[in-house]
Design a protein around this ligand. Structure first.
Ligand SMILES: [Zn+2]
Ligand SMILES: [Zn+2]
Length: 314
């Protein structure tokens, strides 16, 4: 008898690196300059960051520090939905390597939906394209399932949650996964730091729209290329706080190892949720039925904070 297959997205040997791929600065509608945003994330132990300002590409390689901090060049692009042209879609465009498609401070204005789709097609090779906050953007699954070049999406957008209770994109993600569209899921901050001085902005502390959604990659190297490759292949998890140390399927069982949690909930295309409940759970072993085409897990700690695995496709 042959050995049972083990399915996982995590690479075997790698280093764990924590980062946020969605934040704003004074280059668009953020309230803090880039260097202050970078410093704030570094002080909180983040190891990589994308300053994804609206429709302006920035790279800031001067903030890189070898084996300590990596900038991911990119921006947040606004394009219009071809199926519902009144709806604006936000897509993060993040460079795969240190030669960019764009110039520092290059600006974009793409009002035509067809031009937007062409942009995605043209730049998918050299950039990772992430669909941002579909719930906040009021996008339904059938409006986004055919978007070209998109390989990942937000499953949790912290600022949308704080402002509008619209930060949870898990439903849209599952709808797409169940239709067969394979997308990785990220948690981000989308921080604007409006607490500084904007009238009417309900924030008073940097913590309010920063440090709430992040990813942790398991990467081959502490470099832009290593981090991007991990995002590209799903070797990461998304979180509001809890940690996922391993997640795999073997011998008809889904196995998750995590920081202490109270609920470990497995979902897939079968519709029925399978779960493990307890206090300070650090491992869950959940038998599969055998007819799943994908499974993903959510680990919830005692504060209600969620860590999301990526889907394992079976
Ligand atoms: Zn946005
Ligand atoms: Zn944003």
């Amino acid at each position: 008898m042959g050995a049972e297959m083990k399915f996982t997205n995590f690479i075997e040997d790698g280093i764990w690196l924590k980062g946020n791929l969605h934040t704003h600065t004074t280059n668009s509608d953020g309230e803090l300059p880039p260097e202050r945003v970078v410093r704030a994330y570094r002080e909180r132990g983040y190891q990589f960051l994308c300053l994804s300002d609206h429709n302006i590409f920035t790279a800031y390689p001067q903030f890189n520090e070898k084996d300590k901090f990596v900038m991911i060049p990119g921006f947040e692009l606004s394009i219009h939905n071809d199926k519902s042209p009144e709806k604006v879609m936000h897509v993060n465009v993040m460079s795969r390597n240190s030669t960019y498609d764009f110039e520092q401070d290059e600006e974009f204005d793409i009002p035509d939906p067809e031009d937007g789709l062409a942009f995605l097609r043209n730049h998918a090779k050299n950039n990772i394209l992430m669909l941002n906050h579909p719930y906040w953007s009021a996008l339904e699954w059938d409006e986004i399932i055919d978007l070209p070049g998109i390989t990942c999406m937000e499953v949790y957008n912290h600022a949308s949650e704080w402002l509008d209770l619209l930060g949870d994109d898990a439903r849209e993600w599952d709808a797409l996964l169940k239709k067969g569209r394979r997308l990785w899921g990220l948690a981000t901050d989308d921080s604007h730091n409006g607490y500084v001085h904007r009238d009417g902005w309900p924030f008073h502390l940097i913590e309010n729209d920063s440090f709430g959604g992040f990813i942790v990659v398991k990467a081959k190297s502490f470099t832009q290329e290593g981090i991007i490759e991990a995002v590209d292949t799903g070797s990461f998890y998304a979180s509001m706080g809890p940690e996922i140390h391993d997640f795999y399927v073997e011998d008809g069982e889904a196995v998750v190892k995590c920081s202490p949690c109270e609920r470990i909930c497995l979902s897939g295309n079968r519709g029925k949720v399978m779960r493990a409940l307890g206090v300070d759970l650090m491992e869950g072993r959940i038998p599969l039925k055998g007819n799943e085409t994908f499974v993903r897990v959510q680990c919830v700690d005692k504060y209600g904070h969620i860590a999301y695995s990526n889907p394992i496709f079976l």
